[in-house]
Design a binder for this molecule. Structure first.
Ligand SMILES: [Zn+2]
Length: 284
C-alpha cells in the first residue's frame, strides 16, 4: 500500500507550450495552487495518519519550490525522479532522455543529500530503452507501467529493475482534472464516488495479496473535499491490520530481495516484432 504524489505544478507547461506558456495566467495559477496550498494540506494529513508517502517531483518544480521540497523530505517522505519539465520520454532522443535523468537525479540529491531510489515517468510513458538507462544510473525501480497488479521485474544489462505498477483507475486526474478549454470530468464534484471506487479496488487487491499504489497530483487533489475523500480511503485501509503501508523505495527493495518469487519479468529487448504474420494476427 503506497500513497504517491506527482508534484507536477506548472512544470509540463514549458515543455508543452515552449513559446507561449508564460502568456496566459489561468492554467499557470491553477497549477501553482499545488505547491502553495495542496502540499501543506497533504503533509498535514500524512502526519496525522502516521504515513510516509512517495513524492515524484520534476527538477523544474524542485528548482522553483525548494522550500516545499525540503518540507517533504524533512517529514520523512521519499522523493523520486519525474523528469525536468515533464518531458514525454518516448519523444526524446536517447541523449536527451539521459541528460534529463542526470539533471533530475542531481536536483533531488541537492535537496535530500542522497541520490533517489526510483523513477516515475511523466504521463506514464516509457521508451523501451528507458529501463536500462534507469538501472545504469543507479535507480532500483520504475513506477510507470500497468502490466500486473503486484511488483514485477524488468530485465536490463545491469540487473533487474523493479516495476511498481500503477493504473489509471488509481489516479486522480481521470476523475477530477479540469483545465481550460473547459472539460467535464465525471466526478469533478463527487469525491465520495472516487473514494468508493478506490476502496472497491483496494478490497479486491487486498483479497489477492495485490499491491495498491494510489497516484495523486497536489494541484488536482489538494482541494478540501478531495483531501477528505482521500482520508476516507486511508481510514478504510487503516482499519485492517494486514496491510503493509510503505514507500515505493522500500517496496522496491523488498521486491528485489524476493526476486526469485516474482512470476513476471518484462524483457524490453525481447518484445514481439511487427512482422507481417503478427500484424495480421493483431488485426484479427
Ligand atoms: Zn506528472
Amino acid at each position: 500500500m503506497v500513497l504517491s504524489f506527482d508534484v507536477d505544478a506548472e512544470s509540463p507547461m514549458p515543455y508543452r507550450l515552449p513559446d507561449t506558456w508564460l502568456d496566459g495566467l489561468g492554467e499557470f495559477e491553477q497549477r501553482t495552487y499545488g505547491p502553495r496550498r495542496s502540499v501543506p494540506r497533504i503533509l498535514n494529513l500524512l502526519t496525522r495518519k502516521g504515513i510516509a508517502g512517495t513524492f515524484y517531483i520534476p527538477a523544474y518544480t524542485l528548482r522553483r519550490y525548494p522550500e516545499m521540497a525540503v518540507s517533504i523530505a524533512a517529514a520523512g517522505h521519499e522523493i523520486g525522479c519525474h523528469g525536468d519539465i515533464h518531458e514525454l520520454v518516448d519523444r526524446l532522443s536517447a541523449a536527451e532522455e539521459e541528460a534529463v535523468l542526470v539533471r533530475s537525479i542531481a536536483a533531488i540529491t541537492a535537496i535530500t543529500g542522497h541520490p533517489p531510489t526510483g523513477y516515475r515517468s511523466p504521463s506514464w510513458e516509457l521508451h523501451r530503452r528507458s529501463p536500462a538507462l534507469l538501472r545504469r544510473h543507479g535507480l532500483l525501480y520504475d513506477s510507470s507501467l500497468m502490466g500486473d497488479d503486484r511488483p514485477y521485474l524488468v530485465a536490463t544489462p545491469d540487473g533487474a529493475l523493479a516495476e511498481l505498477p500503477i493504473q489509471w483507475l488509481l489516479d486522480d486526474a481521470v476523475y477530477y482534472r479540469a483545465t481550460q478549454p473547459a472539460s467535464t470530468p465525471r466526478y469533478l464534484d463527487h469525491p465520495a464516488q472516487v473514494a468508493e471506487t478506490w476502496i472497491a479496488e483496494f478490497d479486491g487487491l487486498a483479497d489477492e495479496n495485490g499491491c495498491f499504489i494510489l497516484t495523486m497530483h497536489p494541484w488536482i487533489s489538494g482541494r478540501p473535499s478531495r483531501i477528505a475523500a482521500l482520508e476516507r480511503v486511508i481510514d478504510h485501509i487503516q482499519a485492517r491490520d494486514d496491510v503493509w503501508w510503505t514507500t515505493c523505495a522500500d517496496l522496491a527493495r523488498h521486491a528485489l530481495a524476493h526476486a526469485s518469487e516474482i512470476e513476471y519479468t518484462l524483457d524490453p529487448t525481447a518484445l514481439p516484432r511487427a512482422d507481417a504474420g503478427e500484424t495480421q494476427h493483431a488485426r484479427g
